[in-house]
Design a protein around this ligand. Structure first.
Ligand code: SF4
Length: 433
């Protein structure tokens, strides 16, 4: 679906009786840094926005959404990704460079794995449909946004799916809800206004419990495996290195073969004793012999996979290199299942109400600051510290216009200079004294 036109947005504003529309990115910009909000939305400084993560995030979204739109077949996604990689490698733009070569290689290895292995969703998927959500605080706040993908699942629930190329950190526990504010806003919008599912179809209402929020964490897979106690365990791993992440477990599987053989031999010995007991009847002997034969055949089977430590090392190294288990015996292969990494957020009325209250309080705060005469003072923030330096250094597109960042760089440079300055002894040596 294409983005709404300027006139359509104006028509929404008129109908809703508001002067402006809000977006999630506006609120999250304020949450990230009040000064950044001022530069972007008050001073209206425009910069060429993309960094390496937003550039590749857009490509990844477009590729998967293009597939669901029927623009190309499944196998073509990988080819299209390769073309984008070639295109990217020809771009001479420092702002699109990854912080290091290894970060770029890892990032793209995860995407390559995703586009060759992702399991297509078995539903009718719609992309980039607009959504509106209305909140009442000091003013009436109307949010407008677009949903990456949405579809109806078997129980009639509507799933809002967001594609994420970022790290999984923060996508669990209490932080998960904070990360999900954008999708919670969209879920509330659908709950408020309903949704037309098919073109030309009727408007359908969805209670909150029939709206599901889901993230497709594109960089990751879920690896499920059977533990020794027979229980299944699921762990998340980066796609490019999932075998590496499971290497210790796989090693245990392979090393366990010797022990299993020993256990079988013990069992056979005790069965042989039973067999030779004087009181044993012929029928019992037949039964015991059958058991022994079964164990012997299991043992023969296992012996084929009883590798020594060097062979195990070699096998594991090869599996890590190819990032698959094709060189492993079937009993190892059968233990592991790799699937796409989705994270679901369960919405409840309490959670939604709590986030609505927080959102309205942030919006009220922004409005209060916007209404102040001195915007410099209203949106002022403290110094950049350890906690936000990564964002400022790598993700903030306004850093070249930011006085706080300038101060931070100057301050750091002073310390680097101090660190490099020779001490008294070195100075005397340098002067040949
Ligand atoms: S560089 Fe840091 S402090 Fe400056 S606007 Fe960006 S996020 Fe805010």
């Amino acid at each position: 679906m294409t983005r709404l036109k300027h006139e359509q947005l104006n028509a929404i504003k008129k109908k809703m009786g508001v002067e402006k529309l809000w977006s999630f990115s506006k609120v999250s910009t304020f949450d990230q840094c009040s000064w950044l909000y001022k530069l972007k939305y008050i001073d209206k400084i425009r910069v060429k926005g993309d960094n390496c993560y937003t550039y590749w995030g857009t490509i990844a979204h477009d590729l998967i959404q293009g597939y669901y739109q029927g623009k190309y077949k499944y196998d073509q996604m990988s080819d299209n990704l390769e073309s984008k990689i070639l295109e990217y490698q020809l771009i001479e733009d420092d702002s699109l460079k990854f912080p290091s070569e290894s970060e770029w290689e890892n990032y793209i290895a995860n995407l390559r794995h995703y586009f060759s292995n992702v399991k297509p969703l078995p539903y009718a998927v719609s992309n980039e449909k607009p959504v509106l959500a209305v909140f009442q605080g000091k003013e009436k706040y109307v949010f407008q946004g677009y949903i990456d993908s949405e579809f109806i699942i078997e129980d009639g629930s509507l799933v809002i799916l967001d594609y994420k190329t970022s790290s999984i950190s923060g996508f669990s526990g209490a932080k998960l809800f904070e990360k999900s504010l954008q999708l919670i806003i969209y879920a509330m919008g659908i709950n408020q206004h309903g949704r037309i599912i098919e073109k030309g179809g009727e408007l359908q209402k969805f209670p909150l419990e029939k709206i599901k929020i889901r993230y497709d964490m594109m960089k990751y897979v879920n690896v499920s495996f059977i533990q020794k106690n027979g229980k299944e365990k699921v762990t998340k791993a980066e796609r490019r290195y999932w075998v590496g992440k499971m290497a210790n477990q796989i090693r245990k599987d392979l090393e366990g073969v010797g022990k299993e053989i020993e256990a079988i031999e013990k069992k056979v010995k005790s069965l042989e004793k039973k067999y030779n007991a004087k009181t044993r009847t012929e029928d019992e002997k037949i039964e015991i012999q059958a058991e022994i034969d079964k164990l012997q055949s299991e043992k023969e089977d296992l012996k084929r996979h009883d590798f020594d430590i060097l062979e195990i090392n070699e096998k594991i190294e090869e599996a890590i290199r190819s990032n698959d288990l094709s060189n492993m015996p079937d009993f190892v292969k059968d233990k592991y299942t790799v699937s796409d990494c989705y994270i679901d957020v369960d919405l409840t009325t309490e959670v939604v109400k709590e986030f609505e209250a927080k959102l309205i309080s942030t919006l009220d705060k922004i409005i209060e600051k916007e209404n102040e005469v001195d915007h410099d003072e209203a949106f002022e923030r403290g110094r950049i510290d350890q906690g936000d330096s990564f964002y400022c250094n790598n993700l903030c597109d306004m850093k070249d216009h930011c006085k706080i960042y300038k101060e931070y760089k100057e301050h750091n440079a002073m310390f680097i200079e101090k660190d490099n300055a020779p001490n008294d002894d070195e100075l005397l040596k340098m002067l040949g004294l």
